[in-house]
Design a protein around this ligand. Structure first.
Ligand code: FES
Length: 85
């Protein structure tokens, strides 16, 4: 997985889960850590600061179901990954 800036203020995390790419917000909704610095196990990304977990396929919070991250649409075009903001 890797974090990218898109536009002026959005940070996106792109994760490869068994060959399928997913894109979600890179900023943890708890205290704003960069999720790209965390760990990815299967579809679950674990925040590096307080270990909240999120499902990168859906953006849903696993540790806290009331706290999710934005999910972005990914488009594969001419071997490029495009993210629809
Ligand atoms: S900043 Fe992510 S769990 Fe606290």
């Amino acid at each position: 997985m890797k974090g990218f800036n898109i536009g002026a203020q959005e940070e996106v995390l792109v994760a490869n889960v068994d060959g399928v790419f997913y894109a979600v917000g890179n900023v943890c909704p708890h205290r704003a850590a960069g999720l790209a610095q965390g760990k990815l196990h299967g579809p679950e990304v674990t925040c590096p600061w307080h270990e909240w977990k999120f499902d990168v396929r859906t953006g849903e919070g696993i540790t806290n179901p009331h706290s999710s991250i934005k999910r972005y649409e990914i488009i594969l075009e001419d071997e490029k990954l495009l993210i629809r903001a």
